[in-house]
Design a protein around this ligand. Structure first.
Ligand code: ACO
Length: 363
């Protein structure tokens, strides 16, 4: 019913290590690596959610040898667009010059890519579409509370994309779930208890800032910032006013509740999608999970009684990039030649909402 004709990704140039984070919150490289598996993450200093989504989408189109005019629909999963509207997908459409495409965003947090993939497959089946570009793109660094060691160690920025085309291959059923009752486990709200604030309340350790600042300066950590040769330090230190304003929203998380939810629900939903499609575990080549935490992935593998080698990971290099994590990993696997025609994969996402879901992909 649908095949992935191309993949692409875009990661910001700026790399931030655990040691750097431990210069402004009370943590350590060892603690972060042992509890999460994360060694470093990318932070969008110059890149934006739209720009990264566009770059990832463009690469997917190039790989599929598909022109932007052929795209019928662009779906962007994101929780960190630069603006409330217009949506990130419309910005991508404009940059790609995909003038025939409809475009809209999906807010499904870390399940966002799986939700968007499910919507894309459904619309290929019933909506008369032939070609759908599905993207996950996030600038989570803009909604991270950089004073909270419980969350700021986890997240990173980036984008990934797949180009889906209608085909005569076997259709697969997807499974998605939500539990709004447990929504408080992971939220992103204004610091002023839901009252919209247009001013940045705290300092961003890379971009600087703070209430009332007109010009941002990198604080304290400047000497230890990564040394991408082509990065212009001055341009990096100064960002437009509208970027500052988005820092009024911060993620808050009950880490243990999210951990328990993930290790219970992800195996369940993967077993459910297998059953629904009359597939056996042995037929699955890879389980491509949302990259939140190595311990979550390992616990899921144990519960599934499947070898950890079937669970590829790249979270050590990028941290948790929410809706972008699955397509970034897929693109790496694809470009590394790890995926062969006929391979079956399960993509599984989980996150705020709470939401979780799984889809089957046949390569
Ligand atoms: N460095 C050092 N110590 C820390 C840090 C840190 N970065 N963060 C917390 N601690 C401390 C706590 O204060 C606590 O100290 P105390 O015992 O003196 O009170 C101690 O470490 C243990 O804290 P826990 O919260 O119990 O630590 P835990 O082992 O649960 O690890 C973590 C925390 C890594 C956040 C873990 O709960 C986790 O990974 N949860 C899942 C989070 C996740 O993956 N979220 C994203 C999924 S959804 C989405 O992607 C948006």
């Amino acid at each position: 019913m649908a095949i992935i004709a191309g993949t692409g990704s875009c990661l910001p140039k700026c790399r931030i290590t655990n040691d750097q984070i431990s210069t402004w919150v009370d943590t350590s490289d060892q603690w972060i690596r042992e509890r999460t598996g994360i060694r470093e993450r990318r932070i969008a200093a110059e890149e934006t959610t739209v720009m990264m989504a566009y770059q990832a989408g463009k690469k997917a189109l190039e790989q599929a040898k598909c022109s932007p005019e052929e795209v019928d629909l662009i779906l962007v999963a994101t929780i960190s667009g630069e603006q409330v509207f217009p949506g990130t997908a419309c910005g991508v459409q404009k940059l790609l010059k995909a003038q025939h495409a409809a475009a809209f965003d999906i807010n499904g947090a870390c399940t966002g890519f799986v939700l968007a993939y499910h919507v894309a497959e459904s619309l290929l089946e019933t909506g008369g579409y032939q070609t759908v570009l599905v993207i996950g793109s996030e600038c989570l660094s803009h909604i991270t509370d950089w004073t909270d060691r419980g969350t700021c160690i986890l997240f990173g920025d980036g984008a990934g994309a797949v180009l889906l085309q209608k085909s005569i291959s076997r259709p697969y059923l997807s499974v998605i779930h939500s539990d709004g009752e447990k929504g408080e486990a992971l939220t992103c709200r204004s610091r002023n208890d839901g009252v919209h604030s247009n001013l940045c309340q705290t300092e961003h350790p890379f971009l600087g800032g703070g209430k009332g600042r007109e010009r941002f300066a990198v604080t304290g950590t400047k000497n230890s910032l990564p040394s991408d040769k082509d990065r212009n330090e001055e341009a990096f230190c100064e960002i437009p006013k509208d970027r500052k304003e988005s820092f009024a929203y911060f993620m808050k998380m009950d880490g243990q509740a999210v951990f328990k939810f993930a290790v219970k629900k992800v195996p369940e939903v993967m077993e459910e999608v297998l059953r629904k499609n009359r597939l056996e575990k042995q037929e699955i080549r890879y389980y491509v999970l949302h990259q939140a935490n190595r311990r979550i992935v390992e616990a899921v593998a144990r519960r599934m009684e499947e070898p950890i080698g079937k669970f590829p990971m790249n979270l050590d290099r990028y941290g948790n990039t929410s809706s972008a994590s699955i397509p970034i990993l897929l693109d790496e696997m694809n470009r590394d030649g790890k995926l062969k025609q006929g391979d079956k994969l399960i993509l599984a996402g989980f996150g705020a909402g709470l939401t979780w879901g799984a889809v089957i992909v046949e390569w």
